[in-house]
Design a protein around this ligand. Structure first.
Ligand code: K2U
Ligand code: ZN
Length: 174
């Protein structure tokens, strides 16, 4: 397993639509393992493949609080098949937009179909933070970021700060 570099906004790849997978093999599982290790190291509770520069419909999630009791979810070709009419608000962040958080309203519950780590078709019903995280990650697979739900003023302010952040990072690297 190896750590992958996380893509930071603004970056055009984060606006691309990710492609579905044709098969689940050891190469794919190795990418999923790297994504999970990268997510835990960040730390985060979710990560989409596009955030490590891979335009494939892959997501890893682990909302378990106790690091001793990890409970990872591997979602291959996830498809949201139902969203509740009832909504809820959660504070969201994103590893591709470090340091920025916002209250985002989304459907409180959702159901997804997906293929699991071993290539088996599964269905899952989620509520609370898991439902929010799944919707946030599936948005990534469609080139959507949580800041897209904010006012233009707030979104532009965050992107402007991230541009400055990336310039500072490049100065340090160079
Ligand atoms: O896409 C990502 O970078 C995943 C987010 C997961 C997340 C989605 C929705 C709501 C909260 C988190 C990252 O893990 S951001 C880190 C984080 C963790 C817990 C709470 C807020 C932010
Ligand atoms: Zn994100």
């Amino acid at each position: 397993m190896s750590l992958r570099k996380i893509v930071i906004e603004p970056d055009p790849i984060l606006r691309e639509k990710s492609e579905s997978l044709e098969k689940v093999d050891d190469e794919l599982r190795s990418l999923l393992d790297d994504m999970l290790e990268t997510m835990y190291a960040a730390p985060g509770i979710g990560l989409a493949a596009v955030q490590v520069g891979v335009l494939k419909r892959l997501i890893v999630i682990d909302i378990s609080k106790d690091k001793e009791k990890k409970d990872p979810l591997f979602l291959i070709n996830p498809k949201i098949i139902h969203k509740s009419k009832q909504t809820s608000v959660h504070e969201e962040g994103c590893l591709s937009l470090p340091g920025h958080f916002a209250e985002i309203e989304r459907p409180a519950e959702c159901q997804i179909k997906f293929i699991d780590y071993n290539g088996k078709e599964k269905e899952l019903s989620a509520k609370g933070l898991l439902a929010t995280c799944i919707q946030h990650e599936v948005d990534h697979l469609n080139g959507v970021l949580f800041i897209d739900y904010l006012s233009k003023l707030k979104k532009d302010m965050i992107v402007k700060k991230l541009i400055k952040h990336k310039k500072e990072l490049n100065k340090v690297v160079l």
